[in-house]
Structures are given as structure tokens and as C-alpha cells.
Design a protein around this ligand. Structure first.
Ligand SMILES: N[C@@H](CCC(=O)N[C@@H](CS)C(=O)NCC(=O)O)C(=O)O
Length: 228
């Protein structure tokens, strides 16, 4: 099985970490997002969305990080994707919530337009308004995550055992580190993230992301707590 990915990519990182924990072997194929390799003819033939991650398993090509995690967990019968109907529905619910709601606001409205020129809207006033929208909406969503989904005593998002929702959602939310987001105002989220980050597999899977965040730490960004 081939995994097309970039090591600093938000949606590749949960797959790297899950594969490490589940001992899933693959042939790594780095697609260099920084030089635009994802727009090359050879890669768009694999994924016309021009995005990583992608897996190719015996001729079967699969895009979308959430779908890839579910496929791998099922293929390798991982307990991190429960088979019991309601437990599985809860995992799917969390992954959909992060993917459809949080990642849209946090990733595509707040973070990416500030760090990737091809994500910035024109003119600048429109870009600024969108970033401000992303900042406000992200805060509302994080309050719901903090005060509702993570309000109980469980260590993980969907109970007392880790699931693929934790791998997926922890990677998406830590994308905020690229612009210097702090999560101190959301204590339950902060606690849950510390639990996921304490896993031995976290540091390797996220080393490139940490390096990317460190390289940008002196730049001025609009963050969750700081308007422009
Ligand atoms: N919905 C997709 C989103 C994938 C995605 O956002 N990939 C980013 C890297 S984290 C990408 O390839 N971006 C290319 C670009 O922005 O041009 C998934 O979950 O796989």
C-alpha cells in the first residue's frame, strides 16, 4: 500500500500516527506541497483535488483523510474504530463534526489564508473579513466542543478508549499551532489534547508540523485570541 502525504500536512499527520500505533506498514510517497508538486500532472492523475493524503491499496485509490482512517482501521480490524453500532456512530459523529464544521472555520477560513498565498482571497479587505469570520466561528465551535462534547470525565473524545476520532481531531485542532493559537481558555480541550499528545507515537508523527510551527513563530497572525 502506498501513502501519498506531506509530513507537515494536517490531514496526513493523523494517518502517520494511527499507522504507527496500529503497526500498519506502507510505502511512503512524499508529495511536496511547498513546491506545488500536488498540482503536477502525475499527482492530479491520482487525486484531481490536488490534495494529500491519498492511499493506493492494490489499485484501489482512496482520498479523504477521514475515509482513509476508517478504511485502514477496518482493514486491520483496529479496536480504535469500534464495531458496535452506537459506539461507531459516535466516532463517525465526532469525525464529521470536526471535518465539516471545525476544519472549515479553523483551517480554511482562519489559518490557511494567512499562511498559504494561494488560499488568500482578493482583495485584502475580503481576505481579512473571512479570517475574522473564521476566528469568531472557530471560537464558537471550540466552546461547544469544550462545554458539550468534552464535558464528561472520559479521557478521549468518544469514551475511555482512544478511537480514530482522537487521532483525526487532535491533528486538525493542532493546525492552530501554525498561527500561534492557544487553547488555555478551553480547559477540557486542553486536557484531552495533552492526553493524545502524551502518546509515544505523537512526536514522530508530528515532528515536521512542530518544525513548521517553530519556523513561523515570530510572524504576526490573527489568532483565536487576537484580532488584527
Ligand atoms: N478533505 C481533505 C482535505 C485535505 C487537505 O486539506 N489537504 C491539504 C494538506 S493538509 C492539502 O493537500 N492542501 C493542498 C493545498 O492547499 O494546495 C481530507 O481530509 O483529506
Amino acid at each position: 500500500m502506498k501513502l501519498y502525504y506531506h509530513p507537515a500536512s494536517t490531514t496526513s499527520r493523523p494517518i502517520l500516527q494511527f499507522c504507527a500505533d496500529a503497526d500498519i506498514r506502507y510505502e511512503p510517497v512524499i508529495v511536496d506541497l511547498m513546491t506545488g508538486e500536488h498540482f503536477s500532472e502525475s499527482f492530479t492523475a491520482i487525486n484531481p483535488n490536488c490534495m494529500v493524503p491519498v492511499i493506493e491499496d492494490d489499485g484501489f485509490v482512496l482520498t479523504e483523510s477521514s475515509a482513509i482512517l476508517k478504511y485502514l482501521a477496518d482493514k486491520f480490524q483496529s479496536p480504535a474504530y469500534p464495531t458496535e453500532l452506537k459506539q461507531r456512530a459516535r466516532v463517525n459523529e465526532m469525525m464529521d463534526w470536526f471535518n465539516a464544521n471545525l476544519y472549515r472555520e479553523l483551517g480554511y477560513h482562519l489559518i490557511y489564508p494567512q499562511i498559504f498565498p494561494h488560499h488568500a482571497r482578493q482583495p485584502e479587505i475580503a481576505n481579512h473579513a473571512m479570517i475574522e469570520w473564521g476566528r469568531t466561528e472557530t471560537d464558537k465551535l471550540l466552546r461547544t466542543l469544550n462545554d458539550h462534547y468534552l464535558a464528561g470525565d472520559d479521557d478521549y473524545l468518544c469514551g475511555d478508549r482512544i478511537t480514530i476520532a482522537d487521532y483525526f481531531c487532535a491533528a486538525l485542532i493542532t493546525a492552530g499551532e501554525l498561527i500561534g493559537n492557544e487553547l488555555h481558555d478551553y480547559a477540557n480541550i486542553d486536557n484531552w489534547l495533552q492526553t493524545v499528545k502524551a502518546l509515544p507515537s505523537w512526536s514522530d508523527a508530528n515532528a515536521a508540523h512542530d518544525g513548521f510551527a517553530a519556523a513561523m513563530k515570530d510572524k504576526a497572525f490573527i489568532t483565536l485570541s487576537q484580532e488584527a
